[in-house]
Design a protein around this ligand. Sequence first.
Ligand SMILES: NC(=O)C1=CN([C@@H]2O[C@H](COP(=O)(O)OP(=O)(O)OC[C@H]3O[C@@H](n4cnc5c(N)ncnc54)[C@H](O)[C@@H]3O)[C@@H](O)[C@H]2O)C=CC1
Ligand SMILES: C[N+](C)(C)CC(=O)CC(=O)[O-]
Length: 324
Amino acid sequence: MTIPPTEPTDVTKVTCIGAGVIGGGWVAHFLARGYDVTAWDPAPDAPEKLRRLVDAAWPALTQLGLAEGASRDRLTIAGTLEEACAEAQFVQESAPEKLDLKRDLLAQLDAATPSGVVIASSTSGYPMTDMQTEAADPSRLLVGHPFNPPYLIPLVEVVGGERTAGEAVAWASRFYEVAGKSVITMDREVPGFIANRLQEALWREALHMVANGEATVKEIDDSITEGPGLRWAFMGPCLTFALAGGEGGMGHMLDHFGPSLKSPWTRLEAPELDGALRDAMVDGCDEAAEGRTIADLVAERDQGVIDVLRATGRLPKAGKGGAE
Ligand SMILES: NC(=O)C1=CN([C@@H]2O[C@H](COP(=O)(O)OP(=O)(O)OC[C@H]3O[C@@H](n4cnc5c(N)ncnc54)[C@H](O)[C@@H]3O)[C@@H](O)[C@H]2O)C=CC1
Ligand SMILES: C[N+](C)(C)CC(=O)CC(=O)[O-]
């Protein structure tokens, strides 16, 4: 790979490919950080949906503090993928989670993007090694896995594939930091990256409990928001559990509770996600929403995340380069 032509701190133009929940969230984030953003999505109604998403996110972003010059008017919606990539200094791909689609799309993006420009995929699970197979220059392709909504949740997990250049990974990690994200750079591909690996374990248990009639969706959600979720916003599960060992810390915690973990760690296979479980989850979520629409819940979530960031002293700084 050639050295990326633009330093991470000098990037002004970002391209977002795919403008659904996550692509649209990235667009909102980069606009709020003061970038010129070009978006492309093949769906006919994508421009209208994207502008709706950005408009819904803007009050939260304004509350957080916009970068100097940040404006929704700096969004361009391109007519073709080639047009979207022609002047890109960084590309974030957020197309549907389908391996063949990602492989073809990343090859097309590689062909359309100026040489040396880094292209990141938002994939929530595919290793880049499996996605970079069709690209002429796989060395600039990597994963930049965000969390929903990307305009409020700081974390991005960055990891390359077997054919990704180390300098592309370093460049992307630095760029995301400059763009106000909190970055974990992984030195190897791990199934599910880090956070999804953890979320998937929790999620598997939640679906088991609903499938077996052991708990309702509302009880599962309340058990986290009224319980461990309060701790996890500022202290992760490992240090939190070290405190469960009292003055003996993690050593006492493991000696005390370790043997009793054998049963929960081994008793369950993955639940069967059949029609009945799907419907039970959908009905349970409708019930838990208590009449609130998706738009109501998005606004509630956004305000909640801002309140937690504020309470834990983690509001981003106002300028581009919130990490500076
Ligand atoms: N939804 C979530 O919570 C998270 C999703 N992700 C990842 O982000 C990516 C996108 O997921 P979502 O935004 O949830 O999906 P989505 O379904 O909301 O959006 C996907 C968008 O891609 C567009 N699209 C379809 N074919 C395309 C193509 N060939 N080229 C470009 N765009 C195309 C669709 O029109 C749609 O607007 C996936 O890889 C997913 O794993 C990552 C983190 C969280
Ligand atoms: C549902 N999901 C697996 C796509 C979620 C993520 O990948 C991260 C998140 O936002 O929780």
